[in-house]
Design a protein around this ligand. Sequence first.
Ligand SMILES: C[S@@+](CC[C@H](N)C(=O)[O-])C[C@H]1O[C@@H](n2cnc3c(N)ncnc32)[C@H](O)[C@@H]1O
Length: 268
Amino acid sequence: MATTDKLFAGSIPEIYDRLLVPLIFESCASDLADRVAGAGPETILEIAAGTGALTRALAARLPDARIMATDLNQPMLDRAAERQPPGQIEWKQADALALPFEDESFDAVACQFGAMFFPDKVQGYSEARRVLKRGGRYLFNVWDRISANEFADVVTEALVAVFPHDPPRFMARTPHGYHDIARIRRELEAAGFVDIAVEAVDGVSKAASPRIPAIAICQGTPLRNEIEARDATRLEEATERAAEAVARRFGNGAVEGRIRALVIAARR
Ligand SMILES: C[S@@+](CC[C@H](N)C(=O)[O-])C[C@H]1O[C@@H](n2cnc3c(N)ncnc32)[C@H](O)[C@@H]1O
């Protein structure tokens, strides 16, 4: 993983939250929140909460639960806190690999599309298990391979023409780089989890125009860091090439692309 892959700061949190969350994160948050709520937890730790897509879905389903929402990048949590009134949720900057909580503190731990960013997966899972109460559940999701997630795939391929000698591969490398189910199971088991279940969940992401997924992915994710590291003056050109590729594949009006996530449940 490149060092800039974990950097969600600058203009990224606002664009991520405004464009990418409605495009691909809200429907998955609804699915994951239903699964977390099914266990009726009173205390929940959320890891890699970002701008709070899952946090809001959890709060809506579990109004009496206490939610501790954490993320490595404070600017993501600042954006989340702007959208959600204080009260039920506490926002706290924390690295998933070194959680600042006592052992056995939470009934459930949830993480939406964060595990792919853990530089050491077993360490990240071990920390989740350490802070879970005995019998507590860890519920999280990861994206399936990039070919099953069409906007990310088309945008990534479009950027090869913009930077042919060194194409930016953030989307393939990190968000869509951790989908080997056998590996996920092995790493959870190495951290001590039991009763591991993995389910593929298919969806469709919709946008009013091809430019929306292009801006969301090129400018609202750490792909932006990678493009700017190559040539900061070419961000708009790269976004436009991506939008043209989305339009060629899905049409010039409203667009729809397939998405697929893997949803994982495990027990301490
Ligand atoms: C794709 S975003 C998902 C955010 C949010 N869960 C959502 O559904 O919109 C990945 C998040 O992982 C966070 N992250 C990256 N590395 C992390 C780490 N080591 N510990 C905690 N969070 C991390 C990033 O700051 C970012 O907010």
